[in-house]
Design a protein around this ligand. Sequence first.
Ligand code: IPD
Ligand code: CA
Ligand code: CA
Length: 258
Amino acid sequence: MLKSTLLKAADAAGKLIQERINGKFSIEFKDGPNNLVTEVDKASEALIMEIIKKEFPGHFILSEEIGEIKMDSNYKWIIDPIDGTINFANGIPLCCVSIGIEKDGKMIMGAVYNPMLNEFFFTEKGQGAFLNDKRIEVSKQHQVKHACLVTGFPYTYLDTPNGPLEVFSRLIHEGIPVRRLGSAAIDLCWVAAGRFDGFYEHKLMAWDSAAGFLMVEEAGGVVTDFKGHEYSPYQPHIVATNGKIHDELLRWISNTHQ
Ligand code: IPD
Ligand code: CA
Ligand code: CA
């Protein structure tokens, strides 16, 4: 039941995103001139919540636009109604819906759906990660200098030592390809699918990574914070890799790789 509701909610939201991506919609600005929310983000969220609430009215919900619906429950749904909103608002087909489910504080299931590429990712704790029902695995690359990486940049500039631009510059100075797709959930799923060897980002929210980090782990990868500690989606830093380049990528980020 949990799984079928998750799939139904992600499917419905994905179809809505696809229907509306090249159409007209209103846009509002959240904190800062580049942090957008469209009416489709809100419509996608409303649709997902309606589907979840029908089956599980007592479950806790954390969703990007509406915030928390606090319930005394072991279950928590963590929703990003459109991840990659700027891409969506510009008609760039790299955006998705992302929904993760936590039970007793541990992520147990996740779905990420990018309908424009017809890519539906699903994962369940202990059961593996799947793209359109086919099992996926992380890549086999062993060295950062031969890796294909991906990252994202926050909407507000983080001028800290080893901040986003410093780390990016360090890697590209060595000629290492670092892509930037604009959707953390897709970045994570593409690590899970072996397309990228690693992903890192300095400032994510729980809804950006909830489903995607379990996807990477279940595809055989490793996800931690910047210190190599067990990952929690409730802190900002993430490093998600195929496992083989993980420790080395942590050293590149902390500038201790030489
Ligand atoms: C954003 C995307 C982007 C990441 C930002 C997120 P949104 O989510 O995941 O890749 O770099 O930090 O906020 O705003 O499109 O849902
Ligand atoms: Ca997001
Ligand atoms: Ca979003």
